[in-house]
Design a protein around this ligand. Sequence first.
Ligand SMILES: [Zn+2]
Length: 279
Amino acid sequence: MIPEKMRTTFDAAAPRFYNARQLARRPTAPTGNKGCTMAQVPPTPQDADKAKAPHAQRPAPDWGRMVRVWAALVAAMTVAAMIFWAAMPRPRAAAPPATTDPGALRETVWPKEMAPSRAWRYIVIHHSATPVGTLEAIDQTHRDRGFVNGVAYHFLINNGRSPGTADGQIVPTRRWVDQLDGAHTKVRDHPEFNTEGVGICLIGNFDQHEPTPAQMAALEMLVLALRERYRIPLEHIAGHGELKNTRCPGRLFPMETFLMDLRDEHLKRLRSPVSSETE
Ligand SMILES: [Zn+2]
């Protein structure tokens, strides 16, 4: 670093010292050429100084600028680190396990805080038509659409793709716990699909992909349990699209296979000496 006083001396002296030689070597500006103004600009004494005596012109450190550059660098690194941290895969929040155990299933479907059961006569199957979804998100969406009781279904079956959820996890909604009407299948002159129909929504868009095996296993367990408890006949189990003009639950939802599996499982349980649900 050059002391301030010395630098001032250099600055003052340099132009005088270098001017003569530099100006002598200066190319003559062509006459009549007005096309390129850059070529016609004569070098200034400062240009000469830069070329010939860099030591004399070394700028004093611009501390303000250096601080700004460092601050910008640190800020950029912080932002990069935050983006990296956000994108880093990490263990999901502990998700409740998928409901596969019969005892756990009963506790999930008929929790202690549940209102006295109504006489349900139908089961209507839906998909969320979204790749991911949670009870909270769907509840908010349906409230925004004017459903004062929130999420329109009685149960959700997660696919495990949303944080805090598990594949095949059965989630009863407030409409189920409080035994309220559904708002999932509005068909003119047939209010019973909502007032007597249990609405089950599987998370996923089954126009684009099939439900997961865990979701189908959970659905089968849930429907079997509901059928047995409420004596719901097979012909009262339908996809949303069989009751009104909608593609729900998606063209890839295996409805026929599902109904056959239900029937087979139901018959197997009936033939079994110890029936799991005998009330
Ligand atoms: Zn539907």
